[in-house]
Design a protein around this ligand. Sequence first.
Ligand code: SF4
Length: 268
Amino acid sequence: MAWVLRGLRDGVVTTRYPRQPDDYGDGFKASVSVIAGSGDMLEGDAGRATGVAEKLAGLCPTGAIRLESGLRVDRGACILCGNCVKARPDLFAFDSSPEVATIGRQSLVVPSEDDDSLGLVRAELAKRVRTLRRSIHVRHVDAGSDGGEEWEVAALTNPIYDVQRLGIFFTASPRHADVLLVTGVGTAGMAGPLRRTFEAMPDPKVVIAAGTDATSGGIVHPTYASGDGVGSIVPVDVWVPGSPPSPFSLLHGICVGIGLLAGAESAK
Ligand code: SF4
């Protein structure tokens, strides 16, 4: 009886994303941005910029902050620790929009530069996945994760996110899978199983690197047992930064991968 009353009180809790964004989708720290104009200011004085670059680089435990053609942050290497935002709120800020997935790895470096080759990559992916509609099966592989991404992946099937309403289902078999969702740094021990999973999937197929660890190897990269992410093991189509990415960011990545949404290539 308590469950019935609770259901009547709360109504429908399931998100309508991507048809309609939810306010609470912006409640997660999804990425770090460079405050507009601040990089230009540093670039103006080469001597000063060099000293500042060293100090800024020292703030970041993963080398995500760069001063090359202006101040930039590689979201694919950012673990959202907040050091830079705390130390230099005049230069960096958290961005809460969950739509951070991109098709090109280079697009995760913001402010991003125009890249003509991206259009071709996007067109090739769109052509490849145009037959993937209505019933999408996702094979999730943990390739050396710390477990953070797995909590968020598991949340996709709960009543809030309910990916089944979009015709998206998780499958245990690569033979039935259209999408390979990879989490973790891509350890040496998982390279073979990950490659075999990819090869066992029928065409057309899409590969999504989910999380900063999968994108760049995370805070530990490189080690004797891992490299710079899973892109060197399987051909990644969509990159989802975040440590871990929220369920909305994962859902955005899947929707970008199957052509339901455009990627965040215009991130500035
Ligand atoms: S939030 Fe942390 S990891 Fe990300 S760019 Fe800033 S210092 Fe680097």
